[in-house]
Unconditional design. Structure first.
Length: 544
């Protein structure tokens, strides 16, 4: 029995030694002929299996790690409970899959996993405080997409992308996305397959996988509301913008944002900004949107919540600096790095090279580059603008604002007069100033002469389709008129007149409207003319 137990308690550091222990123990047992020790054989073999040393692997497998990279460390062990250690310090997380959401200086070091009392070999993570040599950009889509949706990505490398391909990591599987590009190409756009899992990671590299781009992580949701992060992940000290978006509409009247289930901000619209984000402000965020669809007939708005999303605020990679004298510097950068200038062309940035000097008006940036990595670009700098540009812009804005105020005042005065002229308390004089006759020659308008007190309202002398010949009307004499008939008004030079108005059926004290032959407007007529206050026996001439 002592021989069997001595093997069980011995410290074996490898699977080979464990197998050797089993072999030696079995030989000893058989040599002794001890039946009791054979009873320990099944449990002994199981103990050997459980005591196999665990091993740490990384998914996806990245040869070089940069600030902001997202990956998982896997402890290859059958044990349910796994402990993790970083630089000898035990971590709170328990599980076989340890997530590194954004690599940085705090996540660099030696990782060890432990299961069943056995510890793995050290696994080294060293995150470079630079960015990869190439850029992968989300051209179309959002950081959070509908399930089965798709995005368009663009790969850009100043040194060319000939021979480059891209990779996609879904679940625990990494697959190749083959690109068809020319050797002299510096950019290419492509559309991967639809998004089918909660999280998908994209990146690109050359054949050697030494040179690569940054990662793009796309998440999916089955809800109509999604929380979006711009930029993603956010950098410590930079602005972080969160948006509460609704598929199918942009009519979001109100959005409330939550962090770790606690409300932090309610805003009109859909956007919440943190001007200078800190690492401590990272966490699980979600939002509640109050919105309407454009063709919605119901008055009550919809109120829906998004999924929880992990918002990261990571450490800043090294950034170059561009001075007003056109000098690019990076005091913390490694030796042997060169710098490049870039000029904004209205849409993107055009590389100018390292020997270029500021000599023309424009917006510029610079960055330091070495082999497979580079710094963040410097802040933008406007060169060659006149010193008094801002003052000139202010003067222009003031002049424009003054002109707008003057025009608005004139419009309000005219509009007010028109409203007063159309009110129920208008005088006859105001009414006649409002209505005008259009003369056919010069396309100008004349004001009707004011009528005398108690005379008829204006009659428009132009019948549709009929041209005026003389421009005046004769006075209508009462003599010679048949009883009960008022004869038509005849225009000078006109071939057609107005039909006679019959007296029968007229109300006492009212002369009914005159209907023009062929007038546009069909059966429309003129308003009834009141008889009260009419002078003598003559009907006054209408003046043009």
């Amino acid at each position: 029995m002592n021989i069997c137990l001595s093997c069980l308690v011995s410290d074996h550091s490898s699977a080979a030694q464990s197998v050797c222990c089993v072999t030696n123990s079995l030989v000893s047992v058989l040599a002794m002929g001890g039946g009791k020790c054979l009873l320990l054989l099944p449990g002994f073999l199981l103990l050997v299996t459980c005591q196999q040393k665990p091993k740490v692997t990384m998914l996806p497998d990245l040869k070089t790690i940069f600030f902001g990279d997202r990956f998982y460390l896997i402890c290859n062990s059958d044990a349910v409970s796994v402990k993790w250690f970083l630089n000898g310090t035990e971590q709170e997380f328990r599980g076989k899959k340890l997530k590194i959401p954004a690599a940085g200086s705090k996540t660099s070091g030696l990782y060890v996993c432990e299961s069943n009392g056995q510890k793995s070999e050290d696994f080294t993570i060293q995150a470079h405080e630079y960015t990869p040599i190439a850029s992968l950009i989300l051209s179309t889509g959002q950081p959070v997409m509908e399930k089965k949706g798709s995005v368009i990505l663009t790969l850009v490398n100043d040194d060319g992308i000939g021979g480059w391909n891209c990779w996609v990591f879904r679940g625990e599987t990494t697959k190749l996305i083959k690109l068809n590009v020319r050797n002299d190409s510096v950019s290419v756009s492509f559309q991967p397959n639809s998004l089918s899992v909660p999280e998908t990671i994209f990146w690109c590299s050359d054949k050697t996988r030494k040179y690569r781009s940054n990662q793009i992580t796309i998440r999916t949701t089955e809800k109509r509301v999604s929380l979006e992060m711009y930029p993603f992940p956010a950098l410590d000290g930079d602005k972080l913008t969160l948006r509460c978006l609704v598929w199918g509409t942009n009519h979001v009247s109100n959005a409330e944002f939550f962090k770790d289930n606690s409300s932090i901000q309610s805003v009109d619209g859909s956007t919440y900004e943190i001007k200078q984000a800190k690492e401590s402000e990272g966490g699980n965020y979600r939002c509640r949107a109050k919105f309407r669809y454009e063709d919605q007939t119901l008055q009550t708005p919809h109120i829906l919540y998004s999924d929880d999303q992990e918002v990261l605020v990571q450490e800043q990679p090294l950034r170059a600096k561009l001075t007003e004298n056109g000098e690019c510097s990076c005091p913390s950068c490694a030796g042997g790095m060169s710098h490049r200038f870039y000029k904004h062309n209205g849409v993107s940035w055009t590389m100018l090279g390292s020997n270029w000097k500021l000599d023309s008006t424009g917006t510029y940036q610079c960055r330091f580059v070495m082999d497979s990595m580079r710094t963040l670009p410097s802040s933008s700098f406007d060169y060659g603008e006149p010193a008094n540009k801002n003052q000139f812009n202010i003067v222009i804005i003031i002049i424009i604002a003054a002109l707008i105020l003057v025009v608005s005042g004139i419009f309000l005065v005219i509009h007010g007069k028109r409203r007063n002229s159309r009110s129920g308390n208008n005088t006859i004089d105001a009414h006649y100033e409002e209505v005008a006759l259009k003369t056919r020659g010069d396309e100008k308008y004349e004001t009707l002469a004011k009528a005398k007190e108690s005379e008829y309202d204006t009659i428009n002398p132009e019948a549709s389709g009929e041209q005026r010949k003389g421009g005046e009307y004769e006075a209508l004499k009462k003599e010679g008129m048949q009883e009960g008939v008022y004869h038509s008004l005849q225009a000078h030079g006109g071939d057609e007149g107005y039909e006679a108005l019959k007296k029968e059926g007229m109300q006492e004290g009212v002369y009914h409207s005159v209907q023009v032959h062929g007038a546009a407007g069909g059966d429309g007529g003129y308003e009834a003319l009141k008889r009260e206050g009419i002078k003598g026996d003559d009907y006054q001439t209408l003046e043009t």
